[in-house]
Design a protein around this ligand. Structure first.
Ligand code: NA7
Length: 557
């Protein structure tokens, strides 16, 4: 029999978002024989790698550690061209996954979810979209991405500028040329650090408007040849297991030997070796105390500051670029352009005659005007403004949807003082709604595909129980939710990351209260917790069982 004749809904599960998590979620749910529809606001799949198509957009995780591991055939077939793949290759990869598994037939593109309403009588979610369509399902899985709701500077006049302007996360598909143009880049986070060298090598003039400098390290990317791929491929079985044991699903994991046990010369050598290493070697691959202890952190930060001073010719400019927060207090940025000797590093940009750096914390942006940006002391004229100003992370993509749970409660009201979740996966009062990549869940600023793998399997198992009406409703017990939220916030506040403002604390968004919105625990501990919750009969959840009469016949017989 058709499960949905009894279920009374169009679908068993609706998934919002066709990024990496949405695609894997769809695959898992279809394997279970469930009727699934994915709703995606973009015109293509790939999520972050569909939207962030600005020049320089690139992975911080090694390509082979970031890919999916569920399809052995694809692992054999797919060759990565660079150790850290760029956006075009990643978009091709996710399209390849979707095509190979025929996922696109279950995805509605160009479909933005506007509202979700829980029908308490029927225990069914009604989802409305733009363009106007209505879908119903027992379960909704939000896979909207932790960094997908772009923010712009909160200054007047954004619409008055007569030139071109783009947020990096809304970059057009058609190439945008920089040659001969006067360009302003606002923002020097990971995105700004990636695009600034690309602009600087072509633009007639570039003005970088920097509010806070951050620590930037070389990515040390390289091209992968057939021999590299052969040896990477030979390691796949062990790699998948290893990545499940690391803190953030990265290849790099904090060392257990603290810096205090190294002789000064040994430590210097360790720093230098790490500096030459790939990607996050010098972030998550350092002795553990570098990211945990202020003295160890300052020592390493001084080393990095020395690197900046050595590369920036003008000492005053170098000092402007050296952060005063601990190393890693804001997520560390990687300069992606330095490899194969092309010489275009982030810091070298500030030696170029066509580049100006303005620290807007002392010379603020007053407004955007027709000809450019008005600062406190002058107007900077431009042909193109690039907003590399980041995201309302974790909660933004959910809060931009009108989500109504039990009693018509709006999720955005419920979270007015900051999000509350259980396991980063569910919210009390919003039954049968599960989140991946939302607040307080593992994966927000980690190797996201690795960190989402087990949670998605876990969510899919639970979603199946609801879809098959083993449970009519699944939602957190408010006490368990309170406990999880309090613990996550306490851990976030006890960390060195609390020494800076960032999207991890929500205070990069004007008017938002500072409250930790990410998750600081290690991946293995998070996975253990999920498994324990399941083994204990979904401890911390309130499970409303269905009577036999409401179950699909095929299951209740
Ligand atoms: P980030 O890391 O949040 O960086 C945003 C940048 O934009 C940062 O330098 C901000 O300065 C700056 N910003 C934000 N709002 C303004 C205003 N109003 N005026 C001036 N400057 C502003 O976002 P990214 O996109 O770079 O990176 C996000 C993640 O994507 C990254 O960690 C990777 O995981 C991939 P601030 O530091 O707040 O003073």
């Amino acid at each position: 029999m058709d499960l949905n004749q009894t279920a009374g809904s169009d679908y068993d599960v609706l998934v919002v978002g066709a990024g990496s998590a949405g695609l894997y979620g769809l695959h898992l749910l279809r394997e279970k024989g469930l009727r699934v529809r994915v709703l995606e606001q973009g015109s293509g799949v790939g999520g972050a790698w569909y939207w962030n198509r600005y020049p320089g957009a690139r992975l911080h995780s090694e390509s082979h550690s970031y890919q999916f591991f569920f399809d052995p055939e694809l692992l054999e077939e797919w060759d990565w061209s660079e150790l850290f793949a760029g956006q075009p290759e990643l978009e091709r990869y996710f399209n390849r996954v979707a095509d190979k598994h025929d996922l696109k037939k279950d995805i509605d593109l160009d479909t933005r979810v506007v509202s979700m309403t829980f029908d308490e009588g029927a225990d069914i979610w009604t989802v409305r979209t733009d363009p106007e369509r209505t879908y119903t399902a027992r379960v909704v899985i939000s896979a909207t991405g932790p960094l997908s709701a772009p923010i712009y500077p909160d200054v007047p006049g954004l619409d008055t500028f007569v030139g071109e302007s783009f947020h990096t996360a809304r970059w057009p598909r058609e190439p945008v040329g920089f040659a001969g143009k006067r360009v302003i880049v606002i923002g020097t986070g990971s995105t700004g650090v990636q695009i600034i060298p690309q602009v600087a090598k072509e633009a007639a003039h570039l003005t970088v408007l920097m509010r806070t400098p951050n620590w930037v390290v070389p990515l040390n990317n390289r091209v992968l040849d057939v021999h590299d791929m052969a040896s990477i491929r030979a390691g796949y079985p062990d790699l998948r297991k290893y990545l499940a044991t690391t803190f953030g699903g990265f290849l790099h994991n904090p060392g257990s030997r603290p810096t205090t046990t190294y002789a000064p010369g040994e430590l210097k050598e360790l720093y230098e070796t790490a500096w030459q290493g790939a990607g996050f070697t010098k972030y998550f691959g350092m002795p553990y105390d570098v990211l945990a202890d202020e003295t160890a952190n300052r020592h390493f930060a001084d080393f990095v500051a020395g690197k900046i001073r050595a590369r920036v010719n003008d000492p005053q400019v170098a000092e402007l670029l050296i952060p005063d927060h601990p190393f890693g207090a804001k997520p560390v940025d990687c300069e992606s352009a330095v490899y194969q000797g092309d010489g275009f590093g982030y810091y070298e940009v500030f030696n170029q005659d066509n580049v100006d750096l303005v620290r807007i914390s002392v010379n603020p942006i007053l407004e955007i005007v027709a000809e450019g940006v008005r600062l406190a002391d002058r107007v900077v004229e431009a042909d193109l403004i690039v907003y590399a100003t980041g995201f309302e992370a974790f909660v933004g993509s959910l809060n931009r949807i009108d989500i109504r749970g039990v009693g018509g409660m709006a999720l955005r009201d419920r979270w007015a003082d900051g999000p509350e979740t259980y396991l980063g996966i569910a919210v009390s009062g919003f039954p049968n709604l599960f989140m991946i990549g939302g607040p307080h869940g593992k994966g927000g600023h980690d190797n996201s595909t690795r960190c989402a793998e087990v949670p998605l399997q876990w969510i899919a198992d639970l979603a199946e129980k609801v879809a098959r009406q083993e449970y009519r409703r699944v939602e957190p017990d408010p006490a368990a939710e309170r406990d999880w939220t309090d613990n996550v916030i306490a851990a976030g506040n006890a960390n060195l990351m609390s020494k800076a403002k960032s999207f991890l604390y929500g205070d990069n968004v004007p008017g938002r209260p500072r409250r930790y919105v990410a998750y600081i625990g290690a991946l293995p501990a998070f996975v253990d917790r999920l498994r324990q919750v399941e083994a204990d009969g979904y401890a911390g959840f309130v499970l409303t069982e269905s009577g036999p009469e409401s179950r699909p016949k095929s299951l209740s017989e």
